[in-house]
Write a protein that binds this ligand. Structure first.
Ligand code: NAD
Ligand code: TYD
Length: 380
């Protein structure tokens, strides 16, 4: 079939990427979606079982740092758009192994940019109708203060937003014009990649869009991150390692809402612009953890409070950012995107998904998921 558009989605076997791939493959049968993923420990093709046989979906196992392979793929498939999610994404790993983060997040992004640029420049239409969409994080902005007007206990509502339930732990938010102040090797590498993407727009006129999103949660997240790790630990009555005092604040967005935002921005975003994506939904870690314990225990029919003693305060993460809070007013006002789920609904859905998909969790924690690619793709 002749497709109207061919789009590479990098990191499509990861957590957010798999939701973006699923959305695009199902919603746009006239697009050819090519998932390019190296399948690191974080890449799991089992996340995409439900779309792997769709005619408009292809998978290419490749490292984004491998410029020659990426450039050849762009030429062979005549790629019109790139949605770039592939990255090393876990802060704790970046503290132990910063080189891998610089390699993948910085050099890998540069390799993707250069391949797209050279391929598109070789076409008669050049950059017309093309887009390089770079997915980034709010962590590039650094940490916000916890402030609070006199006499008011946080969380408090500070600004009008689309959400009636906006809880904030401070008066400052991450807006698109805020100075970058990354602290972890992860956020420093993402900040660097964001700068490279914008430099390709400013220097070569590349059509780019950048988005910076808050913490995502939902199905298919690798259980090294807070929410899936803790759901699994509560289920198995293992200790919950809370860094420091659990006072750090994160702004949480359901992953499918992020994927919908990516869809809207890919199609309607203004070239050269940056959009912050977030749900105005700040939570202290310790409060989220209490919600997780309550929810898991309720669903499993355990008495209330049965697992409260799993909370174990451990040494704080080095350089642990205190508060993240996204202001997504620009995206909501200019492109009409809004989160669809309240946090309570999203958490309920997420906890139920992990409890219902214990087999997925077992295959991830045992490492069996890494054999799926060989079994599935070796004889294709
Ligand atoms: P993830 O770790 O779950 O998945 C990353 C994917 O990239 C994996 O499939 C992995 O195999 C692939 N990958 C890694 N290195 C690669 C390489 N060299 N070549 C090709 N593929 C490679 O990450 P995620 O949480 O889904 O995050 C996706 C993107 O969204 C990242 O760019 C991240 O910075 C950004 N982001 C994540 C969050 C979040 O809360 N998870 C929030 C905002 C932004
Ligand atoms: P994480 O899911 O790693 O995301 P990020 O570091 O990108 O925000 O962590 C979310 C928050 O939870 C963060 O403040 C660190 C904290 N945390 C713990 O307290 N214990 C844990 O075991 C993990 C993984 C995270």
């Amino acid at each position: 079939m002749a497709y109207n558009s061919t789009i590479i989605i990098t990191g499509g076997a990861g957590f957010i990427g798999s939701h973006v791939v699923r959305l695009f493959v199902n919603k746009y049968p006239d697009y050819h979606i090519i998932n390019v993923d190296k399948l690191t420990y974080a890449g799991n093709l089992e996340n995409l079982k439900d779309v792997e046989d769709k005619p408009n979906y292809s998978f290419v196992k490749a490292d984004i740092c491998d410029f020659d392979t990426i450039f050849a793929l762009m030429q062979r498939e005549h790629v019109d758009g790139v949605i770039h999610l592939a990255a090393e994404s876990h802060v704790d790993r970046s503290i132990k192994d910063p080189f891998t983060f610089a390699r993948t997040n910085v050099m890998g992004t540069l390799s993707m940019l250069q391949a797209a640029k050279l391929f598109w420049e070789s076409l008669p239409e050049k950059f017309d109708g093309k887009l390089f969409y770079h997915i980034s994080t709010d962590e590039v902005y650094g940490a916000l203060k916890m402030t609070c007007p006199e006499g008011v206990e946080p969380p408090f509502s500070t600004r009008a937003s689309s959400s009636e339930h906006h809880l904030a732990y401070g008066e400052q938010f991450f807006t698109e014009d805020l100075k970058y102040q990354p602290h972890s090797p992860y956020s420093a590498s993402k900040a660097s990649s964001d700068h490279f993407v914008r430099s390709f727009h400013d220097t070569y006129g590349m059509p780019v869009v950048v988005t910076n999103c808050s913490n995502n949660y939902g199905p298919y997240q690798f259980p090294e991150k807070l929410i899936p790790l803790f759901i699994n630990n509560i289920r198995h009555r293992k200790p919950l390692p809370v860094y420091g005092k659990g006072e750090n604040v994160r702004d949480w967005l359901f992953v499918e809402d992020h994927a919908r935002a990516i869809d809207v921005i890919f199609h309607k975003g203004v070239i050269g612009e940056t959009y912050n994506i977030g749900g105005f939904n700040e939570w202290k870690n310790i409060d989220i953890i209490k919600v997780l314990i309550r929810t898991v225990d309720r669903i499993l029919g355990r008495p209330e409070g049965a697992d409260d003693d799993l909370v174990t305060f451990v040494t704080d993460r080095a350089g642990h950012d205190l508060r993240y809070a996204i202001d997504s007013t620009k995206l909501q006002r200019e492109l009409g995107w809004e989160p669809s789920l309240q946090f309570e609904q999203g958490i309920e859905k997420t906890v139920r998904w992990y409890l219902d998909n214990q087999e997925w969790m077992d295959r991830v924690t045992s490492g069996d998921y890494q054999k799926y690619y060989e079994d599935m793709y070796s004889n294709r």
